[in-house]
Design a protein around this ligand. Structure first.
Ligand code: F6P
Length: 324
């Protein structure tokens, strides 16, 4: 392998730039060429490539988003699109592909690897932390800090007005952000996709805390929480049944995906980029880099896609105890 391509794909996350930088600089360190692909798989199909060297990635370690841009490509889901992508790689004499993204991006990489036997290595970059085979994904820590920061601010106004706030955070299928930011920000209740605690239990708990003297409260709701109701419906239900509280809803949305990456994410991204290039140089392929117990490991890409990164239910219990 003497020429490697790198791309970012799917929803962006803070620290993706640090990962690009690490892949590019590892290539420079090992004296191999590196090519950047713009807009993920779509740019691969359209041959939107740029040659990169150690200097192309200066001043980006601190930047959110991704300098290579990102996309969710429908064309790559078709065989025809993947064929075009393969031909473009061969035409540019590229021997391996590093994909920084989430499980959708890894599924694409896995299919591509199977079809054309083209070497692919995944680096997990998503704020959701929902990838099996790694304790942490790049961007998750930054997103947690962003959410905690915002909830701290909401807490100020909630307490001034004696209000009950419902804060919706990202996580369509995964409660990592809601659970951990919820604990970190001292939320009264946390609703996640993994566990349906029921609206009656929520009402009961909020009634109890009201009776125990709490004048304001914060409930964190993951986008895809398992009650099946959206945050406004949940808030309405509580407002109707607990009229002592004035209720407000706040949706955090895409601000969770932006911002300068935390030191944790920068270090994680730097370590993962080096590992990805070293795996390729060792002749390994169809793997994802993971961080397990603070060690860089290689996980079968197929496993990373198929298995589920489970939340630690013990942490739900902590939330319960903290809201006594
Ligand atoms: O996959 C990451 C994620 O942030 C999810 O938590 C969220 O549901 C989704 O992306 C939003 O995606 P989009 O940017 O396409 O609206």
């Amino acid at each position: 392998i003497t020429r490697v391509a790198v791309m970012t794909s799917g929803g962006d996350s803070p620290g993706m730039n640090a990962a690009i930088r690490s892949v590019v600089r590892s290539c420079a360190y090992y004296k191999i060429d590196c090519v950047g692909i713009y807009r993920g798989y779509q740019g691969l199909i359209e041959a939107d490539f740029i040659s990169m060297n150690a200097r192309s990635v200066h001043n980006i370690i601190n930047k959110g988003g991704t300098i290579l841009k990102s996309a969710r490509s429908k064309d790559f889901m078709e065989k025809e699109g993947r064929e075009k992508a393969y031909n473009n790689l061969i035409a540019s004499d590229i021997h391996a592909l590093v994909v920084i993204g989430g499980d959708g991006s890894f599924t694409g990489g896995m299919v591509f690897n199977k079809e054309f036997n083209f070497p692919v290595i995944g680096i997990p970059g998503t704020i959701d932390n929902d990838i099996f085979g790694t304790d942490y994904t790049i961007g998750y820590d930054t997103a947690l800090n962003t959410v905690v920061d915002v909830i701290d601010k909401i807490r100020d106004t909630a307490s001034s007005h004696n209000r009950l706030f419902f804060v919706e955070v990202m996580g369509r299928d995964s409660g990592f952000i809601a659970l951990h930011a919820g604990i970190g920000a001292g939320a009264e209740e946390i609703l996640i996709p993994e566990e349906d605690l029921g609206l009656d239990r929520l009402l009961d708990s909020l009634q109890k805390s009201r009776r125990s003297g709490k004048s304001s409260s914060i409930v964190v709701v993951a986008e895809g929480d398992k009650t099946g109701k959206n945050v406004f419906e949940i808030a309405q239900f509580i407002e109707k049944n607990l009229p002592e509280y004035e209720v407000r809803v706040s949706i955090m949305g895409h601000m969770q995906r932006g911002g300068s990456p935390s030191c944790f994410d920068r270090v994680l991204a730097s370590r993962m980029g080096v590992k990805a290039v070293e795996l390729l140089l060792d002749g390994k392929t169809n793997l994802m880099v993971g961080s397990v117990n603070n060690e860089m490991v290689a996980v079968d890409l197929e496993l990373a896609v198929k298995e589920h990164h489970a939340i630690n239910k013990e942490i739900l219990r902590i939330s319960d105890i903290m809201s006594v």
